[in-house]
Design a protein around this ligand. Structure first.
Ligand SMILES: Nc1ncnc2c1ncn2[C@@H]1O[C@H](COP(=O)(O)OP(=O)(O)OP(=O)(O)O)[C@@H](O)[C@H]1O
Ligand SMILES: Cc1ncc(CO)c(N)n1
Length: 267
């Protein structure tokens, strides 16, 4: 049977990030995509124009509808907006016994708009991370979660250990916001570190890279891959998607979700 994957995230009207990026990724990776929408954003490649949080009862009804009929083989969380939503969603993930959870702790959009209220950091640490199979912060998010400055690989390794000790089985600190021409995504599984390196692509079209990367990891986990292989394949998928940018919009444009079809490697 086809693996089923759920995204619990915000909608991006511009189609490059959030629910839209996740569903496109699921489709491209041959898994069945489902969604529970937590917030609506009026957004394009230039920025986020407004945010509207979905009433909590409606978020819970979406999760209940999925639970009653369609058990996910993996799921990911993206924009959860408030501590109230994080707590309610975490309780349901636990109650429903959903495994293979990828937590993308979305905080700020590329243009600087807040996608998470400041008092919600504690809820991510205490309620969501303990349920995660993989947590995928970018460098600024890992800095907020650990209250550390992460300007060296040594510090990032320390931060990954701290996040793992909060309960996430594995942690990937993504290197998109780092320096230099080689970009390193750092995976820690509680035992050892793996560095996934790639050439940094010099482009402004990186809107939704984090969402796409986490959605790809969830898709590969749903297919039964181990975390290290799922991260390796997700990294390859996002690299192709950035390399083959679409040139859409006047700001931070979206990535190309179907670029992997041109790749010689099969995922
Ligand atoms: N310029 C780039 N060239 C190559 N890979 C990149 C580039 N920028 C990001 N990536 C890759 O994309 C993935 C997401 O990384 P990033 O650190 O940008 O996440 P993010 O900030 O959460 O993204 P977003 O907020 O746009 O969704 C990682 O696997 C990272 O290595
Ligand atoms: C809805 C949404 N989720 C996540 C991000 C982060 O890329 C975004 N810009 N918008």
């Amino acid at each position: 049977m086809i693996p089923k994957v759920l995204t619990i995230a915000g909608s991006d009207s511009g189609g490059g990030a959030g629910i839209q990026a996740d569903i496109k990724t699921f489709q491209e990776l041959d898994v069945y995509g489902m969604s529970a929408i937590t917030a609506l954003t009026a957004q394009n490649t230039l920025g986020v124009q407004s945010v509207y949080s979905i009433p909590i009862d409606m978020i819970l009804e979406q999760l209940a509808s999925i639970h009653e009929d369609l058990r996910p083989d993996a799921l990911k969380t993206g924009m959860l907006f408030s501590s109230f939503i994080i707590e309610a969603v975490s309780d349901k993930i636990k109650e429903y016994g959903w495994g293979n959870l990828v937590v993308d702790p979305v905080m700020i959009a590329k243009g600087g708009a807040m996608l998470l209220q400041e008092d919600a950091i504690k809820a991510i640490r205490e309620k969501l991370l303990p349920l995660a199979k993989v947590t995928t912060p970018n460098i600024p998010e890992a800095e907020v979660l650990t209250e550390m400055t992460l300007d060296t690989m040594e510090r990032r390794r320390k931060a990954a250990k701290i996040l793992q000790s909060l309960g996430s089985e594995s942690v990937v600190i993504k290197g998109g916001h780092g320096e230099g021409d080689t970009l390193i995504d750092l995976l820690y599984d509680g035992v050892s570190f793996i560095e996934f390196k790639s050439d940094r692509i010099h482009t402004r079209h990186t809107h939704g890279t984090g969402c796409t990367f986490a959605a790809a990891i969830a898709s590969f986990l749903a297919k039964g891959q181990s975390v290290d292989i799922a991260v390796k394949n997700a990294k390859q998928f996002i690299q192709k998607a950035i390399e083959n940018e679409l040139g859409i919009g006047g700001g931070h444009g979206p990535t190309n979700h179907w670029a992997h079809r041109k790749a010689s490697v099969s995922l």
